[in-house]
Design a protein around this ligand. Structure first.
Ligand code: ATP
Length: 313
């Protein structure tokens, strides 16, 4: 069998390995509304895909097997608790094909970091297996399956910058200028469990100790139509930040270092944390912020956004 890369999913069975790259996400705006009857909070969020990537390579095989390297190696279970395996199984069931593939995950997005790495891997797997098996699904078909796998998975198929509502699964693209924004991304030691961070926010709110809820994303959406990082910086916000900092108090020093010493336009916790992100004017400013933040972080990365979602190639 030849090892030619498949370039597009066109309903044809791919002969060789299919490689799919998928970005991490940050939330430029994350407004957490009341707890719903189904146990989820009502969200209004602006997702933004940045240039830190995981990669899935899919090959034909006799059964469904997952191997991995990189972030989380040795910690992340590779059986059907892994979102990669669950995504492959969900696509196979829907498309009525045998779930047979050898999948390899190269992971740069840390675990439980508020960057939706697991959701990214699920989105990448849907795209890779769709091409490998020649299911010929449209993006809309894949998005329906994505929704069943997790709230952030539909966005990671899509990428770019998008508004998420409901529990985050209903995504629509945001009208924005074709800007590239420069981000500094600080990985922390250890992760935070998303459900625990939401519970901590509920606790802080019940005790009257949480900051005023952010509410509407209108100011952020308006700032995205301009080119001014100071304006965008002033409009960024995350209702989960207080809860993440309450569970991991050392994040306060990380945020402070980027803001004060690095002169970032904004410093905020990404999603449920503990990753912190900082907005820079350009790559040179990004280096300056990275230097200020690095004593407080496990590692620091420069990234740009927006970038496309899960894509073959
Ligand atoms: P989110 O912001 O979507 O809650 P996160 O970035 O905080 O996500 P993830 O790394 O996406 O966290 O996943 C959290 C948990 O999901 C992990 O601790 C792990 O137990 C489980 N998981 C299952 N599959 C994967 C995967 N492929 N990559 C990462 N985590 C996975």
């Amino acid at each position: 069998m030849t090892e030619a890369w498949a370039l597009e999913s066109d309903g044809q069975l791919a002969l060789g390995p299919v490689r799919v790259r998928v970005p991490a996400k940050i939330n430029l705006h994350l407004s957490v509304g009341p707890l719903r009857g189904d146990g989820y909070h009502e969200l209004q969020t602006v997702y933004h895909a940045i240039s830190i990537f995981d990669e899935i390579t899919a090959r034909h095989g006799d059964s469904l097997v997952l191997t991995m390297q990189g972030e989380g190696q040795g910690e992340l279970e590779l059986d059907d608790r892994n979102l990669v395996v669950r995504a492959a199984q969900a696509l196979a069931t829907s498309a009525k094909v045998e779930p047979k593939a050898r999948l390899h995950l190269r992971k740069q997005i840390p675990l439980a970091a508020g960057l939706a790495g697991g959701s990214a891997d699920a989105a990448a797997t849907l795209v890779a297996c769709d091409a490998l098996w020649g299911t010929g699904y449209s993006r809309a078909d894949l998005a329906k399956i994505a929704e069943t796998l997790g709230s952030d998975v539909p966005f990671l198929l899509h990428g770019g910058t998008a508004l998420g509502t409901g529990r985050g699964e209903a995504v629509s693209p945001v009208l924005a200028r074709a800007n590239k924004w420069h981000w500094v991304v600080a990985f922390a030691d250890g992760g935070l469990s998303t459900p625990e961070v939401y519970r901590e926010l509920d606790r802080l709110r019940a005790a009257g100790a949480a900051p005023k809820p952010l509410g509407s994303a209108d100011a952020l959406l308006a700032a995205l139509r301009q080119r001014d990082p100071a304006e965008l910086g002033a409009a960024l916000g995350n209702d989960l930040e207080a809860a993440a900092v309450s569970l991991k108090p050392e994040l306060a020093a990380t945020l402070q270092a980027g803001r004060k010493e690095g002169g970032a336009h904004a410093a905020l916790v990404s999603g449920s944390g503990p990753t912190c992100v900082f907005l820079a004017t350009d790559a040179t400013h990004g280096e300056q912020i990275a230097e200020a933040v690095s004593p407080h972080a496990r590692s620091v990365h420069l990234a740009q956004g927006p970038v496309p979602g899960a894509r073959v190639g």
